[in-house]
Design a protein around this ligand. Structure first.
Ligand SMILES: NC(=O)c1ccc[n+]([C@@H]2O[C@H](COP(=O)([O-])OP(=O)(O)OC[C@H]3O[C@@H](n4cnc5c(N)ncnc54)[C@H](OP(=O)(O)O)[C@@H]3O)[C@@H](O)[C@H]2O)c1
Length: 260
């Protein structure tokens, strides 16, 4: 029986997972993107773009599209859509598989200063001007406008438009994965003194963290948002793509057994 799988994406993991699922079965797979990136990379399966209109909109989309399972493979900092996924899976009565890369753990030699919010990261930079590397999204960059004393190097996938209201900011656009040697060179050549980062997990953006350790630089690490909603009973959270494939197959076989 052909099954229908809805994947909430916006990450490399979601793209790879969708490709693997498409390779190994003839299930119908739809990858959903928020539609934020100007030129998203090509996806291996059919795609849709844009919000659903909250948890109830997502639940309606699941019901009318006859999806059997929902997979949340969004970024760990995309808290709203993940909370919506939990609620929508409950409303539409479909199993939910959540792919969430474990957070990076502090290693010997790391000089991390952990904070809860971007605003706290800005405050942690201090009042004296520093050379700061930021790899954050546009919304997360805005609070840095309150700290114009620093000299910023800002890296993003899309250009930051309009540019921030900051006297000393330079911009680079690049899409990961980023190699360790390139990250060491980039931090060194730009005489960066502090790195501000989200704790994304995975290897694609870990290069800057390892590079900071090698160079003895402090990292202001913005912790992950805490999940507000209680997970439904049939929620499964897995740490990587292989485990996600196993969990999805398992959930589909349970549906088969129940004759749903
Ligand atoms: N936040 C990050 O640091 C980060 C980093 C890399 C990639 N991303 C990706 O960028 C997207 C947006 O991130 P965000 O932090 O703005 O998310 P968010 O705050 O959790 O979501 C805001 C709203 O955007 C819509 N949305 C988000 N992801 C969607 C998806 N995959 N498909 C359809 N609609 C989606 C939903 O709108 P409705 O309520 O109208 O459905 C959601 O309520 C996510 O897909 C995420 O995986 C985020």
């Amino acid at each position: 029986m052909t099954r229908s799988i809805l994947i909430l994406g916006g990450t490399a993991d979601a793209r790879i997972l969708a490709g693997r699922l498409a390779q190994e079965s003839c299930d119908r797979i739809l990858l959903s993107m928020a539609g934020r990136t100007l030129s998203p990379v090509e996806q291996p399966v059919p795609m849709r773009s844009g919000g659903f209109g909250g948890a109830s909109g997502l639940a309606d989309f699941i019901r009318t599209g006859d999806f059997d399972i929902l997979v949340d493979a969004t970024h760990p900092y995309a808290a709203k859509i993940s909370a919506n996924a939990i609620e929508a899976a409950r409303l539409a009565r479909v199993p939910l598989v959540v792919l969430s890369r474990p957070a990076w753990q502090r290693q010997p030699g790391d000089r991390w200063h952990e904070v809860d919010t971007v605003e706290q990261a800005v405050a942690a930079l201090g009042s004296e001007g520093r050379r700061v590397f930021l790899a954050l999204g546009r919304q997360e960059l805005l609070p840095f406008e309150t700290a114009p004393q620093h000299n910023y190097l800002i890296r993003s996938v899309d250009p930051v438009e309009p540019p921030l209201k900051l006297p000393h900011a330079r911009y680079i656009t690049a899409r990961g994965p980023f190699a360790l040697d390139d990250e060491i060179r980039m931090l060194d050549e730009n005489r960066i003194e502090t790195v501000v980062s989200k704790n994304s997990g995975g290897s694609a953006s870990y290069g800057k963290i390892e590079a900071a350790r090698r160079l003895g630089l402090p990292v202001i690490m913005i912790d992950r948002p805490r999940q507000q909603n209680d997970a439904p009973l049939n929620d499964v959270t897995v740490p990587d793509i292989a485990a996600a494939l196993t969990a999805i197959r398992h959930q589909l076989s349970l549906l088969e057994k129940r004759g749903e």
